[in-house]
Design a protein. Structure first.
Length: 115
C-alpha cells in the first residue's frame, strides 16, 4: 500500500512564503514524475508545478518566478517553495506521484493567503 502525505500549509500574509513537503511511502514502485496541484473553492484542480525524475520542471505562467518545485529521489519526497504569495493562491494543494502505471494522490493541505 502507498501513502502520500503533504505538510506545510497554513495562513500567510500576501507577499509571504510557504514551503510545502510531500512524502510517498509504502510499497511504491519507481517514481517518475511528481507534481503539485491546487484547487480553489468552487474551481477545478489545476497544475501548479511538476518535476520529472531527472529534474526537468514545468510551471504554468501564473506561478513562474514565484514557485519552485524540487525533489529528493532517495527520500521519495517533493517540495514546493512558494514565494510572493497572492490572495488568489489560496487553495487546497495536492501532491501527486506518478509511476509507470498509477498516479497516487495525497489528502491535500490548505494554503490561505490573507491579511
Amino acid at each position: 500500500q502507498v501513502q502520500v502525505a503533504e505538510s506545510g500549509g497554513g495562513l500567510v500574509q500576501p507577499g509571504g512564503s510557504l514551503r510545502l513537503s510531500c512524502a510517498a511511502s509504502g510499497s511504491i514502485p519507481r517514481i517518475n514524475a511528481m507534481a503539485w496541484y491546487s484547487q480553489a473553492l468552487g474551481k477545478q484542480r489545476e497544475l501548479v508545478a511538476a518535476i520529472a525524475r531527472g529534474g526537468r520542471t514545468n510551471y504554468p505562467d501564473s506561478v513562474k518566478g514565484r514557485f519552485t518545485i524540487s525533489r529528493d529521489n532517495a527520500k521519495n519526497t517533493v517540495y514546493l517553495q512558494m514565494d510572493s504569495l497572492k490572495p488568489e493562491d489560496t487553495a487546497i494543494y495536492y501532491c501527486s506521484v506518478w509511476t509507470l502505471s498509477t498516479t497516487y494522490w495525497g489528502q491535500g493541505t490548505q494554503v490561505t493567503v490573507s491579511s
